[in-house]
Design a protein around this ligand. Structure first.
Ligand code: AMP
Ligand code: TRP
Length: 332
């Protein structure tokens, strides 16, 4: 069968457990959609998780939960998609080392993502943390990805990857591919606090696998337009995080919601109830698929084992090409 796909997609996410609306709207929707036109490779980046994680005993469980979410959301090996665990294909650590030799240290320490991490964990600024973007560049380069779907918070890492690829190719010949980032229209999903990026570590998230009751409970805590103190105050949907999410999950009602909010025809509590209902309905088929897949834990582990086998074939080929290009001596 001839391959008519447009190229290769690669993305990764740290195994942090169940996925939230930020992951879904910012990344997973693109992971799923790109399967139609590209050969997709998706990776549970457990090695990256080690740069910030102390409880390594959670890694296996979180890898399972995240992969289950991915499969239930429509990432599908039957479409040719490879889903695997980063540490199962160790060639990436080799490429990480080789790329690190071509990386000026200042590029890494100047990255805003690194500075943020230093602020967040001043007592654990480990060597791996500085090299985090090099490992990410190695992930992408090892699979010669053309397109990388990620949230906008990862844009600096993608720019770094492009620079390192250019630098490598300039020195050693056109071996690696300069990837393009691909973002959704949801560049930064805010948490239920309405202020910070939705993230599990801030506990301001809503899980996509949450039950209708859990959804209702989290949605009721959402911060809305701060200028709307009383039910009779007119609202400002353009500054309301809840409203921006309505635009996706309540698409056919959004014009009415906007009008009612501006005219104080609907209160925030009512607006949240409507949102909780729509959110819950949107993910109902997802929850069903997830429950079905969870009946046999082997399903997830088998997908990951087969994914690693297929990823290894690509990784072995590319790492040989890279070593050849650099001029490392070959074994006899
Ligand atoms: P993480 O769980 O941080 O490894 O992120 C996995 C993917 O989801 C990455 O592509 C992130 O950019 C994306 N992502 C995570 N949180 C958000 C958010 N709050 N808004 C948009 N995208 C996000
Ligand atoms: N740094 C990414 C994040 O925190 C995860 C990641 C690791 C990744 N390797 C990647 C994303 C390669 C895209 C491509 O979300």
């Amino acid at each position: 069968m001839t391959n008519t796909k447009k190229g290769r997609v690669f993305s990764g996410a740290r195994p942090t457990g169940r996925q939230h609306l930020g992951n879904y709207l910012g990344a997973i929707r693109n992971y799923v959609a790109l399967q139609d036109d590209y050969d997709c490779v998706y990776c549970v980046v457990d090695l990256h998780a080690l740069t910030t994680l102390e409880d390594t005993d959670k890694l296996r469980g979180w890898t399972y939960e995240m992969t289950l979410d991915w499969l239930a959301a429509g990432m599908n090996p039957d479409l040719g998609t490879i889903i695997f665990v980063q540490s199962h294909v160790p060639q990436v650590t080799e490429l990480h080392l080789l790329l690190s030799m071509a990386t000026p240290l200042g590029w890494l320490t100047r990255l805003p993502t690194f500075k943020d991490k230093v602020r967040q964990q001043p007592d654990n600024v480990n060597y791996g943390l500085v090299g985090y973007p090099v490992l990410m560049a190695a992930d992408i380069a090892l699979y010669k990805a053309d397109v990388v779907p990620v949230g906008v918070d990862q844009a600096p890492h993608l720019e770094f990857t492009r620079e390192i690829v250019r630098r490598f190719n300039h020195h050693f010949g056109e071996v690696l591919i300069e990837p393009q980032a691909k973002h959704t229209e949801f560049t930064k999903v805010l948490g239920i606090d309405g202020e910070q990026k939705m993230s599990k570590s801030l506990d301001n998230h809503i899980e996509i696998a949450a039950s209708p009751e859990e959804i209702e409970q989290r949605v009721m805590q959402m911060k809305t337009d701060p200028a709307r103190k009383f039910r009779s105050d007119p609202g400002h949907p353009e500054v309301c995080n809840l409203f921006s999410l309505h635009s996706f999950f309540s698409a056919d009602q959004v014009a009415q919601i906007e009008q009612d909010c501006r005219g104080a025809g609907i209160g925030c509590v009512q607006c949240k109830r409507l949102f909780a209902q729509n959110l819950s309905a949107h993910f109902a088929p997802f929850r069903e698929r997830r429950a079905e897949l969870a009946k046999d834990p082997d399903v997830v582990w088998d997908v990951l084992a087969e994914g690693a086998r297929r990823a290894s074939v690509i990784a072995s080929e590319v790492i040989s090409e890279v070593k050849d290009a650099i001029g490392l001596p070959k074994p006899r």
